[in-house]
Design a protein around this ligand. Structure first.
Ligand code: GTP
Ligand code: MG
Length: 201
């Protein structure tokens, strides 16, 4: 269970992020998929990470310290159509630099909108992660917005698409920030990873 969560810093460059002596997990995915909302749900703090109905809200690498022991990192989303080429290139540099160089990064949660059938942009991003050796865990978001069976359909399709790329599909969770679905499972999973890190380091 998470007891304490506080904002530490926002950065554009992984080299300026807090010292990597504590482990961290990061949240990435399309703009508006619910990354910041998920962080607020997990930490039980409604306004810890800034959310918005308009895509493109989170623009920087945001570190939140959890229980004085690890970090949750909120990242800006991809796939937001209304950005210039320069901004997109900056995003690539910032995010890809962060994901491939941050040594204390234990897991990257790639959020997928559970309302949609598999999207090329998500598959391509996950493919890139696999290629770079960035460890991915999937989180299907906004499960409150459609029926359980429709969510299951989309999850099944996405996992099938993953099995075409990887020998084994990544682990996954189904969540709703609105209904607090998946909170216990996801928190337990992260905390287990954090404990393992401390046992090994
Ligand atoms: P960027 O920072 O712009 O990349 O977006 P984000 O991925 O951080 O999304 P954010 O958490 O800001 O949420 C985007 C919108 O989706 C907001 O209007 C949220 O209220 C809504 N939202 C997020 N999660 C859920 C959910 O589980 N259920 C429902 N119904 N709405 C959600
Ligand atoms: Mg955000």
């Amino acid at each position: 269970m998470i007891k304490k969560a506080e904002f530490i810093t926002s950065n554009t460059d992984y080299r300026q992020c807090p010292p990597g002596n504590k482990p961290e997990v990061a949240f990435i995915g399309r703009s508006n998929v619910g990354k910041s909302s998920l962080i607020n749900m997990l930490t039980q703090k409604k306004k810890l990470a800034k959310t918005s109905g308009t895509p493109g809200k989170t623009q920087l690498i945001n570190h939140f310290e959890i229980d004085d022991r690890w970090y949750m990192v909120d990242l800006p989303g991809y796939g937001f159509a209304k950005v210039s080429k320069t901004l997109r290139a900056n995003w690539e540099k910032m995010i890809k630099g962060y994901l491939t160089n941050r040594e204390n990064l234990l897991a990257t949660f790639v959020l997928i909108d559970s309302r949609l059938e598999p999207q090329k942009i998500d598959i391509e991003f996950i493919h890139w992660c696999g290629h770079q050796g960035v460890p991915v865990v999937l989180v299907f978001t906004k499960a409150d917005k459609l029926t359980k069976s429709k969510v299951q359909d989309n999850v099944d399709k996405f996992i099938a698409a993953m099995e075409e790329i990887f020998e084994e599909a990544p682990e996954f969770f189904v969540t709703s920030a609105e209904k607090k679905q998946g909170k216990e499972e996801l928190t337990a999973f992260i905390e287990e990873n954090i404990e393992e890190f401390y046992q090994e380091n």
